[in-house]
Design a binder for this molecule. Structure first.
Ligand code: HEM
Length: 93
């Protein structure tokens, strides 16, 4: 498990994720909630999600999730893993 062909980095993390990008993996999923969060930041805008990623990640990955708030179902584990990978990979646009 030490080396991921996907990341191409030797000695990487145990759970290296395939390459992700904001446009391909993040934007459309977050955009569903654009109206509810636009008072604070635009979940469809790369710069704003990147600037807030450090507070977004704990809110979407907690159990139960804090964002989106109840009664909305939380994001899938696959999406949460992709969001973390997006951060770890240096926020590919
Ligand atoms: C139905 C969907 C949503 C509703 C109704 C909603 C509502 C709210 C409300 C009322 C707050 C302020 C009170 C609190 O912190 O609990 C808040 C904060 C926050 N929400 Fe959402 N939200 C939604 C979805 C999302 C999603 C999908 C994200 C992630 C992209 C998100 C990210 C955040 C962040 C980062 C804060 C904290 C802002 C800060 O501390 O300055 N929210 N949301």
């Amino acid at each position: 498990m030490g080396v991921s062909a996907a990341s191409g980095k030797p000695g990487g993390t145990a759970m290296a994720h395939a390459p992700v990008s904001f446009e391909a993996d993040i934007k459309d999923v977050l955009s569903v909630f654009r109206g509810q969060m636009i008072w604070r930041f635009d979940v469809a805008k790369y710069d704003e999600v990147r600037a807030n990623a450090g507070i977004i990640f704990p809110l979407i990955s907690s159990n139960p999730p804090q964002m989106p708030p109840p009664p909305f179902p939380g994001f899938s584990q696959a999406f949460i893993a992709a969001f973390k990978a997006w951060m770890d990979q240096g926020y590919p646009p």
